[in-house]
Structures are given as structure tokens and as C-alpha cells.
Design a protein around this ligand. Sequence first.
Ligand SMILES: [Zn+2]
Length: 269
Amino acid sequence: MRVCFDSLAGGANPNEDWVGGSPDLAVVLDGLSTAGLSTGCRHGVPWFVAHLGGHLMAALAEPSVTLPDGLAAALERVAALHPECDLADPGTPSATVAVLRQRHAVLDYLVLADSPVVFEGTDGGHTVITDLRVDDVLPELRTEVESYETHTPGHREALQRLVLAQRQVRNTPDGYWVAGANPEAARHCLTGSAKLSDVRSAAVMSDGVSRLVTEYGMATWEDIFATLRTDGPRRLIETVRKTEATDPTGRRWPRYKSGDDATVAYCQW
Ligand SMILES: [Zn+2]
């Protein structure tokens, strides 16, 4: 497997996405926004995703370890790195997870929350693996955030209300699951396998990239893979940025930030 990737912060703040690749693995993590609220952790989201990504790559280097077991082990190891922090804080640093691993002629995938793995089939079709359970909770608070233009006090306050409410249901049976301090989250991933012979290429990405198709409707998956094949990940992320620049305050496409951190790992054989 040949993995080519890129990742860019959405604005002036540090990038809270993380990406890693090897001849067998592609991993993308998207750290959840804290909206400026406390987390109980003095290290921060970029620290969390960097350590989770590194430990996940290490755990999955052993082919007999399943993707959920590798994620559970990595979450345990990262939690053990900062026992002095309040890991029971509902705002503890957390991330979405998307993994693609090659085992000979089989491709195993895992997604937790809304960073998708997308397969481009040899038949020309596209299969999107994503976990949108977060979209089912707190719809009224999400609508409220989207009623404001970005960079307004109303938007900031509504986003904080949403994030505070999300924290109450995050990683509970009534809510949705993300990778935080509790390894239990690894039991709630979507997982599956594809036959390598059915796949032409694949892309593992954060929603900062996939939104070009799913939220903005400004590209098809066919367009996405054509850009990746011809020009590579950086050009695709630049296309997202150019699209967002036409709507800097989110009037056309209401959203949480003008530009979200954007990451894509493109896998070819
Ligand atoms: Zn910490």
C-alpha cells in the first residue's frame, strides 16, 4: 500500500487533526473542538491526538491485533501518560478515529465518529464508511449554532452551549462515542473489511475534507478521487479552502468554524 497524505490547520490555531501512514496502515484522527472550554487536561488536544496516533500505529503494527483491540490498547496507554490530569472530566481531550489496514488481500477498516474511510471501487463506484451518530443528538442546539454567522458573539456562545451539552452524552449509551480517556469507546466503532481486488484506491479523511461533498455539495466522490490521483492531497485541501473562502462567515454553509482542520490520506496499490 502506498499512502500519500497531508494535513492543514483550518485557521490560526494549532492543527487538532493527526495523520500517519505506513506500508500497511493509514490513520486519521480529528480532535474534538473544546470551544475554549476547560478539559481537565493541561496537555491539550494536539498533544492527545499525536500520542494517540503514535500508540495506535504501534499497537496495530502487530497483525494479529484487531483494529478495536489496538484502539483500546492505545487509549489505555495514552491515559497512562497523564494520570495527573482529570481524565474523568467530560471535556477530556477526544478524537474521531479512522483506520485502514491492509492484511494481504484484505483491507480492514474502523471508524469512530465522523471521519470517513471512502473506497473507490474497481467498478467505478464509491463506498463511504462513516459513523454519524453525533448528528442524531442535540439537533436543536446544532440548529441554533447554525443560525449565527461565524465570528459573532452569538455563534461563539451557541457553540459553547452545544459542546457543553455534547459532553454530557459523549461516550454514554444514550449519546455517541469518540476516542477519549475510556478504552470502552473502542467497542463502539464501526468495523468491516473489503477485498483488495474490489478496490482501486481509498481515502481516509477528516470531515474537514469530506464536507466538500457532504456539506457543501461542491464536489462528487468521483471529483475527490480524480483530484487525489492527479494532483494529490494538498491540492484537494486547497480546493476545500478556496470553497470556504467564498463564504467566510458561513451564510451559505452554516458551520462551527470558517475553516476546519483538514486531513486526507490517499491509499493506492
Ligand atoms: Zn493531560
